[in-house]
Design a protein around this ligand. Structure first.
Ligand SMILES: Cc1cc2nc3c(=O)[nH]c(=O)nc-3n(C[C@H](O)[C@H](O)[C@H](O)COP(=O)(O)O)c2cc1C
Length: 264
């Protein structure tokens, strides 16, 4: 009898049974938790946008405040090459929704993005999606904007840094910067997430009078109208941040959109 229990057949039965039970439990958990996971991702994204815009102060606000505060923003899809908003018809025919559009997934889809090479790829991101979501707050006069938040990304020392840059309604003055994902070293390049370093971005100008990008991340540059101070011991990360701004505020990034829809 005992030899029967330990037979190869019985061992396989128990092993397969266990595998089946475990896979059902794991798949059910994944399906049940998916909506919660999506909700958390949206909460996190919206909080990062509020932080970049200088509206969310973690010492005062909590996650429960995010939805109410974020409702001030309108997400809108931009055609980057043409520098204009997508029309409702275009969004419908492309099946895109500004609330759910995922620029990172689109970047990896050859049908939704294009490769960047040579000097075009100053931020070393290799590909750029054709469309991007911007988050705007209309100004009180109902003409133009109070705040425009754009997604930005660029290679640092160890990997791509992802963040949001908030601009004032002139499409030039910085309202704030926030990074939500990067692989830079804590205490060195990781200081891009330090609110004290980010504070100096407030009020800086991106473009000069000729509308050329004048913004720089330079050692000892904190006092200038167009400069922020580079991070100590993290020259490569600092250069990555500068390159990121050069790309996303340039002609392959949001410059055409800012000219046509914000600065005009
Ligand atoms: C373990 C380790 C981690 C580092 N992490 C970073 C980093 O995240 N960003 C960066 O720019 N430099 C980093 N560095 C330093 C760079 O190798 C390089 O020395 C630095 O960018 C030069 O900056 P400095 O001219 O301000 O000293 C790291 C170095 C070491 C040894």
């Amino acid at each position: 009898m005992s030899s029967n229990v330990n037979s190869v057949k019985n061992t396989l039965k128990v092993a397969f049974g266990l595998c089946a039970v475990c896979s059902i439990v794991i798949s059910s958990a994944a399906v049940i938790l998916k909506p919660m996971q999506t909700a958390n991702e949206i909460l996190d994204r919206n909080k990062n946008i509020l932080v970049a815009a200088g509206l969310f102060d973690p010492s005062v606000h909590t996650n429960a405040d995010v939805a109410g505060m974020f409702s001030e923003f309108t997400p809108r899809l931009v055609n980057l090459d043409e520098g204009r908003y997508l029309t409702d018809e275009e969004q419908q025919s492309l099946g895109l929704d500004p609330q759910t559009y995922d620029q990172q997934s689109a970047k990896n889809d050859p049908a939704m993005s294009e490769a960047l090479t040579g000097t075009d790829d100053v931020a070393s991101i290799r590909r750029r999606a054709a469309y991007a979501t911007v988050y705007v707050i209309d100004n009180e006069q109902g003409e133009g904007y109070q705040t425009v938040v754009i997604p930005v990304s660029g290679y640092g020392l160890w990997g791509i840094m992802y963040g949001y840059l908030a601009l004032e309604g002139d499409g030039n003055t910085v309202r704030g910067i926030g990074f939500y994902d990067h692989q830079e070293t804590p205490g060195l390049g990781g200081e891009i997430s330090n609110p004290r370093w980010q504070e100096q971005w407030l009020g800086k100008q991106i473009y000069n009078e000729d509308m050329d990008i004048a913004f720089r991340v330079s050692k000892g540059g904190g006092q200038g109208e167009y400069q922020v101070d580079a991070l100590a011991g993290a020259t490569l990360t600092s250069r990555g941040v500068e390159n990121m701004i050069e790309f996303w505020l340039g002609e392959r990034g949001f410059a055409p959109f800012l000219r046509n829809e914000v600065q005009s």
